[in-house]
Structures are given as structure tokens and as C-alpha cells.
Design a protein around this ligand. Structure first.
Ligand code: ADP
Length: 319
């Protein structure tokens, strides 16, 4: 293999730039030509591809977002779109592709792998919802953004004796809410994997009131319902003033944490190693601090399992 490509796709995540940098630098270190594909799969179809130099990825390791930009492409979901993308790479002599993105992007990578083009997935999403890896690139930064916000809201919640509902991202996975709940000491966490626990939230607020506690922080993962609805339901059930904050896209941006930069660097480098070794159709991940590779087709059939012992811990510590 002499030429490889790299793209970012789907939702952006902090640390994607560190992963791009690792792929480009590691590839050049091993004598490869590395091509950057701009605007994800749509750019691949359109041939928006440029050769990268060492300097192309200078000064980006500390930046959020993705310097290759990203997109969502309906066309790439079709066989013709995928074929066009493969042809664009073949025209330039590119023989392998690294895809940095979430599970949707991995489905695209799986499709081109099935069409015989070697492809490696690097998990980049703040949701931490990819099976086969303990953590995804971007999760740690988003988690730190969430707990900074929760700490600030807690000051006001304490001063005004109010209940605060904070909605965090996580359509299918409650990891962000769960980890934030434990690290910011929230009174309750509502996640999609434990969606029937509303009564328990009310019980906890009541218990807190009985022992003189006048404020509560409740974290809601967006996949379990809207924070505004839960806020209303709590007001109705308890007759107490409840305020709602939706953190929204503040969670997606920002300079990546050291953990995300290191993870992205390790995973990006491993992706290049696999391609050099002639292995396509894999995703890279971290499990127990080991960098691992799994068959991308098999991984997509597996379900992401949140660490439910964390759910129990969060309950025990906010008794
Ligand atoms: P994420 O990667 O963050 O989960 P999306 O779910 O939007 O983001 O997926 C990103 C892109 O991956 C989509 O816009 C599409 O081009 C491609 N993709 C998603 N699912 C498939 C699929 N089943 N087949 C081919 N391409 C897909």
C-alpha cells in the first residue's frame, strides 16, 4: 500500500483533528502518500480530495471540530454513491481509507469494505455509543464540558433552592449523562437504558426535602425525553420551582482534553498500522488501555452496553 485517504463524517467531535493529524503523520512517517478527503462521504463522491503534507496538519491538535469538515450524505447510502466514492479513490491510486466518525459513518465504512475496498473506522463521537471500545474520541471533552456547566448551575441551584433539570446529548446512549452524573454529583440521572425510573427521581427529591435539602440536579439524556417535559412533570408532581437547561451543541465543541488527544493519536496511528499490514474492514478501539481492532461488520451488529454499574454507583452516592 502506497497511498491512503482519511475523512471525517457525521457529527463532529473534539479530538477528530488529533486523529487526522495522527493518520497523516504516521502515514508519512512510513513513506505513504496521505490524502485528505474534505466534507466526508459527500466529498468522497465529489472527488474533493487533496494530498496532505506534514504541515497540513500543523497547529490542529488543540482544536475542536474537524479541519477536513464533515457532512451527511444521502447519496452515499446508495450503491451508486458508494461505487462513485471508490472510483474517485482508485483514480488517485488510493488503496485504503480511514474513516473517523460515529456509528452511521461506520455503516458507510462497512459498505465500502463489503465492496472490497480496505477501510478502517476510528470511533469519533461524543456519545460513546460504539461497541468494541471503552471510549470514543470526543467523549471525555464533552463530559468535561457538561460537568463545568453542571458545577455552575449548582451554584445557582443552591443559592435559590431550586430543582434544576439539565438535558445532555445522547440519543441512544446514556453514557454522557451517566458519567456526568457521577462526576458532578447529580441527585438523579435519567438515561435511555433505564427509562422507567421517573418515580424514583420524585422519591429522591422528596427524601432530600424531608432531610432539609432544598435543591436538586437531575441530568436527563435527550434519548429518554425532553428536559422541558421532565421539568414540567417534576413541578406537577412536587409543586416546586423547577428550571431547565438544555446544553445542546455547547457539548460538541471546544479544545479536546489531553485524554481525547492521546486516544485520537493512538487510534489514528493504529489505523495506519492496520492498513500497512494489509488489514481492512476493521474498527480500532481501546479496551482496558489496550489499543484493539475488531471486525467492523461484526461490531455493527453488536449493541453498545453502557456501564450500568456506574448507574448503581450514581444512585448509591446520591442517596
Ligand atoms: P455519525 O457517523 O455521527 O453517526 P450519521 O449517522 O449522520 O453520523 O452518518 C454519517 C454518514 O454516514 C451519513 O450521512 C451517510 O453518508 C453515511 N451512512 C450512514 N448510514 C449508512 C448506511 N447504512 N450505508 C451507507 N452509508 C451510511
Amino acid at each position: 500500500m502506497k497511498k491512503i485517504g482519511v475523512l471525517t463524517s457525521g457529527g463532529d467531535a473534539p479530538g477528530m483533528n488529533a486523529a487526522i493529524r495522527a493518520v497523516v503523520r504516521k502515514g508519512i512517517y512510513h513513506g505513504l502518500d496521505v490524502y485528505g478527503v474534505y466534507y466526508g462521504y459527500q466529498g468522497l463522491i465529489n472527488g474533493d480530495i487533496k494530498k496532505m503534507e506534514l504541515g497540513s496538519v500543523g497547529d490542529i491538535i488543540q482544536k475542536g471540530g474537524t479541519s477536513l469538515y464533515t457532512s451527511r450524505s444521502q447519496e452515499f447510502k446508495t450503491d451508486e454513491g458508494q461505487q462513485k466514492g471508490i472510483e474517485q479513490m482508485k483514480k488517485l491510486g488510493i488503496e485504503g481509507l480511514v474513516v473517523i466518525g460515529g456509528d452511521g459513518s461506520f455503516r458507510g465504512a462497512k459498505k465500502i469494505t463489503e465492496k472490497g475496498f480496505p477501510c478502517i473506522g476510528v470511533p469519533g463521537t461524543i456519545d460513546n455509543d460504539i461497541p468494541g471500545t471503552d471510549f470514543t474520541v470526543g467523549f471525555d471533552t464533552a463530559l468535561n464540558t457538561v460537568i463545568q456547566a453542571v458545577d455552575k448551575i449548582r451554584d445557582t441551584a443552591t443559592s435559590h433552592e431550586r430543582t434544576y433539570v439539565i438535558e445532555v446529548m445522547g440519543r441512544d446512549a446514556g453514557d454522557l449523562a451517566l458519567w456526568a452524573g457521577v462526576s458532578a454529583g447529580a441527585e438523579s440521572v435519567l438515561i435511555p437504558e433505564k427509562s422507567d425510573e421517573f418515580e424514583d427521581v420524585i422519591e429522591r427529591i422528596k427524601r432530600g426535602h424531608e432531610r432539609g435539602k432544598r435543591h436538586s440536579i437531575i441530568l436527563v439524556a435527550e434519548g429518554v425525553g425532553s428536559g422541558l417535559e421532565f421539568g414540567k412533570k417534576i413541578e406537577e408532581a412536587m409543586g416546586i420551582e423547577t428550571r431547565v437547561t438544555v446544553l445542546g451543541h455547547t457539548q460538541r465543541g471546544g479544545s479536546p482534553t489531553a485524554n481525547d488527544r492521546v486516544l485520537a493519536s493512538r487510534l489514528g496511528a493504529k489505523a495506519v498500522d492496520l492498513l500497512l499490514d494489509g488489514q481492512g474492514g476493521k474498527m480500532v478501539g481501546i479496551q482496558g488501555n489496550e489499543i484493539v481492532a475488531h471486525d467492523i461488520i461484526k461490531v455493527l451488529d453488536m449493541a453498545h452496553k453502557p456501564e450500568l454499574s456506574m448507574y448503581q454507583l450514581s444512585k448509591e452516592l446520591s442517596i
